[in-house]
Design a protein around this ligand. Structure first.
Ligand code: HEM
Length: 406
């Protein structure tokens, strides 16, 4: 693949649950285009420098691998689930003109203004979750009590589903994402129930539109003469749940762990709330555990990266956690600086596939901080940080649980 390149076996391991894998700095310095060997045995190119990752993700010629591509597989055949499929099982175009059209319709909804408007409702939800946590037993698991439910409740609101149905959404999302906790049959049942629920919801919105995402998509796409079909709308609901739940849930928990593991950080925020906004972006940048395999791209034609030609047919793994710690792009990258600005991290990707939900995710993370700082200023980890366990997920990096006390 790349002559004279280092070969690394993914996933890389790290010393502590919040630390970056040790070999990354050396890879950035000596071998910015390495060869990665995946658990499946397949190989790909592995990018670790900021500029290279940004360049490749911004290159409109390349997309995530689809089922038709002969791309490197992460896991051996048979393993996986919706998350492992990278969305390829959905009725949404992943590349080309169709993808751009889908993105255009969605971005009509995901405006910063609309996301700001969701703030009060999100804050109320966060308070409700903290009420429940404080009323329960101690120590509590911040992931189960807060990090996991908040984003799924938010997506439920976004789609205009009634609040009474939130826990059903949680269950469905849980069974799409967990590869191990549910049987294949349970996952298929959850999928059927979700499709049938969403089909009814779409019919309701067509008959009586509201201010929710489905109603906006129906109206905007019709106005442009490109009306989205029920199947596309249902698949969009599913895609948002898959793209926006586990990612945000894990980030809420990792952000809390990063801040609580060093009391000075938490105290600094308590003393100066104006740091909340920059803290959210710094937590997004500092996260050393964005995922074991980075963001994938399949090369349909040759690409020039770091002075090397990567041939067509290569699957490229872009390590965003490594890019975000690249000393070529950030001063003192291994310091978590709560006031860092500007902060052009790559946690939401870049270019034509960059995260559509990023304003939403930022708002959720900000609400998390505001509500936790207000309601539980004495929050602390209930176990030593070294004992926190990472999930060895196929896609999103995270912690299994975050036991907390107050
Ligand atoms: C902290 C939380 C989140 C992180 C770290 C994150 C990260 C990402 C990344 C890295 C991508 C680009 C993938 C690629 O280039 O192949 C992406 C795409 C996407 N994200 Fe997020 N995301 C988060 C939250 C959300 C939320 C809350 C939503 C919506 C509910 C969302 C919706 C999407 C969608 C629809 C895409 C696909 C965009 C496209 O293919 O054009 N994400 N996200």
């Amino acid at each position: 693949m790349t002559s004279g390149a280092h070969t690394v076996r993914l996933p890389l391991t790290s010393e502590g649950p919040l630390d970056p894998p040790a070999p990354l700095k050396e890879l950035r310095d000596r071998c910015p285009v390495a060869t990665a060997v995946l658990p499946s045995g397949d190989t790909g190119a592995y990018l670790t420098r900021y500029e290279d990752v940004r360049q490749l993700l911004s290159d409109g010629r390349f997309s995530r691998p689809t089922a038709e591509d002969n791309a490197a597989r992460i896991a051996p055949e048979g393993a996986g689930g919706v998350a492992a499929g990278g969305g390829s099982s959905l009725a949404i175009p992943l590349k080309g003109e169709g993808h751009q059209r889908w993105r255009r319709h969605l971005s009509k909804y995901f405006t910063a203004k609309r996301m700001r408007a969701l703030h009060p409702r999100m804050t109320a939800t966060a308070h409700l979750l903290v009420d429940r946590m404080l009323a329960g037993s101690r120590p509590a698991d911040l992931k189960a009590a807060f990090g996991f439910p908040l984003p799924v409740y938010v997506i439920c609101d976004l789609l205009g589903a009634p609040a009474d149905d939130r826990d059903r959404f949680s269950h469905w999302s849980d069974s799409f994402l967990s590869v191990t906790r549910f049987t294949r049959q349970e996952t298929e049942t959850a999928h059927r129930e979700f499709v049938s629920y969403m089909t009814d919801l779409v019919a309701t919105k067509r008959a009586a539109p509201g201010d929710d995402l489905l109603s906006v998509l129906i109206a905007e796409s019709a106005a442009e003469g490109e009306g989205m079909s029920d199947d596309e709308l249902v698949a969009t609901g599913m895609a948002l749940l898959v793209a926006g739940h586990e990612t945000t849930a894990n980030m809420i928990v990792k952000m809390a762990a990063m801040l609580l593991s060093d009391r000075d950080r938490w105290e600094r925020l308590l003393a100066d709330r104006s740091l909340t906004r920059t803290t959210v972006d710094e937590a997004l940048r500092y996260d050393a555990n964005l995922g074991n395999f980075g963001t994938r791209r399949y090369l349909h034609e040759d690409a020039e990266i770091a002075g090397q030609t990567l041939p067509a047919g290569t699957t490229v793994f872009c390590d965003m956690s490594s890019a975000n710690r690249d000393e070529r792009a950030f001063a003192d990258p291994d310091d978590m600086d709560l006031g860092r600005s500007p902060n052009p991290h790559l946690t939401f990707g870049a270019g034509p596939h960059s995260c559509l939900g990023q304003s939403l995710a930022r708002t959720e993370l900000q609400v998390t901080l505001e509500v936790l700082l207000d309601r539980v200023p004495t929050l602390r980890p209930a176990v030593p940080v070294a004992e926190l366990e990472k999930i060895d997920g196929l896609s999103v990096g995270g912690l299994r649980a975050l036991p907390v006390d107050w």
